[in-house]
Design a protein around this ligand. Structure first.
Ligand code: ADP
Length: 366
């Protein structure tokens, strides 16, 4: 190699070293000064590095934070235990909800996205991104509190109306006043419907756990379906409701709540299908379980909407839904009630052809 060649090679190497150090500097700057809080935790849960945004967000200085166990900064011990277990098991977390403790004692609601950097298959550190969603969460809580308050205030006068209507109704029945009885029966039913709607709102706003209020009993499934059909038919005369029997079966569950599930599914089937069409409610025995379904010949639901249907306040955006009244809480409540009965709701649907909602429950054997 002559001198010129050697000089050229030295110059190339210098250039490469400069580029490398520049890219290193740029990367370090990127993570140190990123607007998003970032940190690394080692396999023992010790914070080994955090950027400025993370320290600022929580109000600590580096020595108060780095070197400490991450569990100290989580408000919920079971949440951080779960996060660390999942990461150790090679999971990638996306927007995992957590609550962090700030230095001033306040709590921040955050979404954590994280996975693990491994070398030669060994846990080196987590790559953890934290997004502060406290303002959104507090706003959501304020809305829920407002809905709960309004629902509560609406309930009091309604209870009074209902009790007076019931007194008048029993008088009308005694005096064999047919028109009065009919009008008051309808008034009573609408007042009861409104009470159910208000109770649903209260439940959704408080995000209560319904299992705390489950009143389980053994009951005949057929009688429950007949009662539900009768109630729904009083409100809607536009559709034929068919009961596809599967013999006498007993369930052990909260009768009123399972009735609410069936009623919500049946009213939806009616609301989202053309007048005059048939809506079926039925059951199928599957060894020790009962499959319960509600089927319609309605508008159907796209695959994308099927995934979000059961979310709180979700309504499908289409012409049919726009003209149909609703708040998007019926299916959310169905999911919640079934969850506390250890079962889940499923849907099969073809757009333009109809939908079938179904779930299974164990058949009660005495
Ligand atoms: P709501 O009916 O009050 O809007 P739900 O939670 O009961 O609320 O239902 C959520 C959405 O799911 C509805 O707005 C509707 O778009 C869709 N949906 C529910 N049931 C059916 C059905 N049987 N057929 C078609 N769409 C349905």
């Amino acid at each position: 190699m002559d001198v010129n060649q050697l000089q050229q090679e030295i110059s190339d190497l210098k250039k490469e070293a400069l580029e490398l150090s520049l890219s290193n500097e740029a990367l370090t700057d990127f993570i140190e000064n990123a607007a998003l809080p970032l940190h690394w935790v080692d396999e023992n849960g010790i914070i080994i590095w955090a950027n400025q945004a993370e320290l600022t967000a929580l109000g600590y200085n580096s020595s108060e934070y780095v070197g400490q166990s991450i569990t100290k900064f989580h408000a919920d011990a079971e949440v951080i235990d779960d996060i660390l277990t999942r990461l150790t098991n090679n999971e990638t977390l996306h927007n995992y909800k957590a609550r962090l403790r700030c230095k001033d004692g306040s709590i921040k609601h955050v979404l954590i996205s994280s996975n693990v950097f491994r070398k030669d298959n060994k846990f080196v550190h987590t790559r953890c991104f934290t997004r502060d969603v406290t303002p959104m969460v507090l706003e959501e809580q304020r809305k829920d509190d407002f809905v709960a308050l309004v629902s509560h205030e609406l309930k009091t006068p309604l209870t009074t109306i209902l009790s007076y209507v019931q007194v008048l109704l029993s008088k009308a029945k005694k005096s064999e006043d047919a028109l009065g009885t009919l009008m008051l029966t309808r008034t009573e039913m609408q007042a009861k419907r409104m009470t159910t709607m208000i109770n649903d709102f209260l439940h959704v706003a408080r995000q209560e756990t319904p299992n705390a209020h489950l009143h389980t009993e053994t009951f005949a499934f057929t009688t429950l379906v007949q009662d539900v059909i009768q109630d729904v038919q009083l409100m809607y005369h536009s559709h034929n409701i068919e009961f596809e029997h599967c013999g006498d079966v007993e369930l052990h569950a909260d009768r009123a709540k399972i009735g609410q599930v069936l009623s919500n599914l049946l009213t939806n089937a009616i609301k989202y299908s053309p007048e005059g069409s048939t809506v079926a409610i039925g059951c199928e025995r599957q060894s020790e379980n009962l499959k319960i379904y509600v089927r319609d010949q309605g508008v159907g639901i796209s695959a994308a909407d099927q995934k979000r249907l059961f979310d709180r306040f979700y309504r499908v955006e289409n012409a049919r839904s726009k003209n149909v009244s609703g708040f998007g809480i019926g299916l959310y409540l169905v999911t919640e009630i079934l969850k506390y009965h250890n079962t889940t709701i499923h849907v099969e649907s073809i757009e333009g052809e109809g939908s079938t909602f179904y779930f299974t429950m164990p058949i009660h054997t005495s």
